[in-house]
Design a protein around this ligand. Sequence first.
Ligand code: OXD
Ligand code: MN
Length: 592
Amino acid sequence: MNKHKGIESWIKECAALCQPDKIVWIDGSEHQRDALRIEACTTGEILELNQDKLPGCYYHRTAKNDVARTEHLTFICSKEKDDAGPTNNWMTPEEGYRKAAEIFKGSMRGRTMYVIPFSLGPVGSVFSKIGVELTDSIYVVLNMLIMVRCGNEVLDVLGENGEFTRCLHSKAELDESRRLILHFPEDNTIWSVGSGYGGNVLLSKKCMALRIGSALAYKEGWLAEHMLILGVEAPSGRIEYVAAAFPSACGKTNLAMLVPPEGLTRKGYRIWTVGDDIAWMRVDTDGKLWGVNPEAGFFGVAPGTNTKTNPNAMATVRRNTIFTNVLLRENKTVWWEGMDGDPPESGMDWKGDDWEPGMLDANKKPVVGAHPNARFTAPFTQCPSASFRWEHHHGVPISAIIFGGRRAHLAPLVYQSYSWQHGVFVGATMASERTAAQYGKLGEVRRDPMAMLPFCGYNMAEYFQHWLVMGQRMKRPPKIFHVNWFRQDEEGEYLWPGYGENLRVLEWILDRCRGEGEAISTPIGSIPTPDSLDLTGLELPPKVIEELLRVDRQQWLDEVDSIAEFFAQFEDRLPHALDDELNSLKRRLTAG
Ligand code: OXD
Ligand code: MN
């Protein structure tokens, strides 16, 4: 039960603003969850799926105008604009509270306000943080019960005076012109109104674990990152962990749950999933970086997921899963583009309209059954590759940090940075082609430092500086690498098979971390020698490998110009070390 006076008075304030009919505390019990499921099925907020085929699974459709994160409506509200930096939308806290309060006002009339106490990270760990989300959506409550550790046990840890992040959400009218996702790092507060899409409303995730989390991490000296964590178990039984940052919808979940290709499984390799989206990392007394996954579930992109691309995800979502904006079959199971087998003969699409394969819209474009950003929300522990270290309060030691993007050209399959500082430069200059997880033009290249562009809760120039300082604080910092699984040939065909085969690249990366594994120096970093990648059982002609690892000096010189342009926006806040790295890269590219 709650003993915290601060929570009580804050709830009163929020209730006075939103005017709910009722306030209900989420205690974390199965009994309460079941009752909420029944209530949401009765109102049509969710739909019960076929319980024989998909036990414990439910279905939800968001509003048609509310299917992805709305970065243009997402703001950092700090007193000084400079503290939000040039890459964030900014408002003063006064303006933010005033504008959002107009929308929140009376928005919960006729509705219930649910109070969800939650812990990011294992409950009670000194590394964990507590948040409380107030919401008028049962869909949000049911998702939060999967995504984070919720309920009374969290309140027990919070006690009478503990610090917590205040998260207020209301669907309000679900009107895009009255939607705002606001972060107040100086007040440890999040206000989200007018949306029902996960990335905007499961406030533990992008809003707290990343935007507010990164601001807290900067203040307190740790890292809150948009990264998966996985462990590679070698035939000897040794397990080494890597953390990897990729922009949204670039395969983080697939990589985190990787199944080794047959040859490597036979050798004795195995992957352990620690997290698929967010890593919180700290320097410990051993001088190493240790990471935890603060979440307790997966909020993964469904389209394209199948037993070939991600068999572990397919096994994870067989029960106790909420499916959002996928296709609903007549037998009350689900389907999405890129799932195994043939499409169903008919069904209801993500908009709730009748659907059949081959349908074309008014512009003669195929009508999809599932929205490209359709999602599954599933408990972490259901994943067959879930790491036994996941609940460990201390996390896992990180040997390597990997940055990656979706680049059809330019970036080779893998390269290693020359130092921590160079690695920070590699992360800071990451770029990727836009995917369906964000609004905007698909395919357009955007620079997305450390995959944190939409998630850094403060000035990104300070964030780069923070990364540089973190490196100095470690006796044995992880080595930093860059990968690109998406390089294409002239016909637009992918050169690298990806998926389970990516383990071959991870093997080389970990070899390098141990001081083993051969490499060749290039102007951009060290790439594998052709025979240092274990390609047994993979029939890739040497010419393809050569192309995958090729560094095109002219293309990279163009990249240098584009990086300089990107850096210019940070003006004199940009750490000199990054300018130095850019100059060194240019020098290496133009030398000999
Ligand atoms: C996500 C995202 O949902 O990055 O993880 O958009
Ligand atoms: Mn993400």
